[in-house]
Design a protein around this ligand. Structure first.
Ligand code: C5P
Length: 217
């Protein structure tokens, strides 16, 4: 049986992008490598947690000791998260597409040479984090992420309230965080902000999971 400060705790993590189908060969996606979420799942498992990692389409290996559920689109991710509950803590790192195509085409859309461009009508995806924040099964500690290009901390503070989360981990993605190995984050809580220096995503994960273990103990 696992030992460590998170032994006996279930930690649920979402990671990666979602792919929202347009037709059988095309999709809308968010830019996300999945690295930060996978690093958090790995770090939680190292501290002894039972970890469920709901992963969008990424090519990363499953971290040791982690139960991985692969999904493609936001609706599948929402369903997998609901099935994985209850959890002591949930860390929603996935870059979920906010919108999907209202009606997916059964056959590949053809460029027929007439110059007519198919219109894409979009509809809103479920907000998985906000749903969890309002759920009767809400994990005791609910952590969201916020990728922002400006006004990083104020946007994260607004998100904390809007989503019903306990913490929002905010990062400035105006540089080259996306796909890279380094990240600089601000952990935004109702009672204050802790800004960590730029460090490898593995170190961000270790620092965050240490704080999660403290909060759950
Ligand atoms: O609103 P925004 O997309 O910036 O919020 C980011 C946070 O919300 C992340 O934690 C992300 O995983 C989560 N989210 C979600 N479902 C969505 C959109 C965002 O869980 N449809």
């Amino acid at each position: 049986t696992p030992s460590g400060p998170l032994a006996g705790k279930h930690v649920l993590v979402t990671a990666g992008p979602t792919h929202e189908p347009i037709d059988p060969v095309r999709y809308i996606a968010n830019r996300s490598s999945g690295r930060q979420g996978f690093a958090i799942a790995a770090a939680a498992a190292r501290l002894g947690a039972r970890v469920t990692l709901v992963a969008g389409p990424v090519t990363l290996p499953t971290p040791p000791g982690v139960t991985r559920i692969d999904v493609e689109c936001a609706r599948e991710m929402a369903a997998a998260v609901a099935t994985a509950l209850p959890a002591d803590a949930a860390v929603m790192v996935a870059a979920v597409a906010d919108w999907r195509v209202a009606s997916e085409a059964d056959q590949k859309l053809k460029k027929d040479g007439s110059g007519v461009i198919p219109p894409l009508s979009l509809t809103e995806n479920p907000d998985i984090l906000a749903r969890l924040g309002a759920s009767p099964d809400r994990p005791r500690l609910l952590v969201g992420f916020a990728a922002e290009t400006e006004h990083v901390v104020p946007h994260a503070q607004a998100k904390l309230i809007k989503k019903g989360a306990d913490w929002i981990v905010a990062n400035d993605v105006s540089g080259d965080v996306m796909g890279g190995h380094l990240n600089a984050v601000h952990i935004v809580r109702a009672d204050g902000v802790e800004s960590l220096p730029e460090m490898p995503k593995d170190a961000v994960a270790a620092a965050l999971v240490e704080r999660i273990a403290d909060a759950l103990s």
